[in-house]
Ligand binder design. Sequence first.
Ligand code: URA
Length: 232
Amino acid sequence: MRLDKLLTEYGYGTRSQVKDLIRKEKVTVSGRDKPGPETAVSEEDRVFVNGEELVRSEYEYWLLYKPSGYLTAVTDRLRPVVMDLIPSKRKDLSPVGRLDLDTEGVLLVTNDGMLSHQLLSPAKHVEKTYYAELASDLPENAAQLFASPMVFSDFTAKPALSFEKITDRSARLTICEGKFHQVRRMFLKAGCEVVYLRRERFSFLTLSGLKPGEARLLTEEEIKKLRSAVKE
Ligand code: URA
């Protein structure tokens, strides 16, 4: 992989910022004299930025601000998929759970199958917060409805962890389950069709700093925190 691309993937800045770092000789590669942005680096090469080694891990953890219109899938014959938005060459990455085609928001993408499995396990109670806009006014008893179990033909949703009415036609809902279309179905139970849905939070991860369609690698600290969120 080109050196400038590697540094971009590891979050050292945009392509032009990392090219600048390389030109200013802040980047060294083992055994290479004055590497350039185009220098090819392999897995074996040791790369240092400002004297600190860039540690390449077998796992990658991406946080994507999924935009509407992208399928939560690795490939599709017709439609764009979320993986098109992940600037990584790895072929073994996949999304953690799914968001509907027209849902926006926080989506994790990783090749750490174990962590992915744990984050999706109902037993781990990972919290997700959704912001929803509705086609009709919320009923008077909305808070009460969301605070109670909701019975569907295929499962019973646990009471929401929190429900906040924002306006007559918008609300924020936090749940720790992730059944198919769960949020839309819960609002429908309350008599409201969801016309816009955005996942604002997945565990402690939010959309802060990202625009729709943008992705970033998680920091080491965030990865540790995620692991401890699903421990025990
Ligand atoms: N619940 C839904 O109904 N849709 C989503 O995309 C996510 C949660």
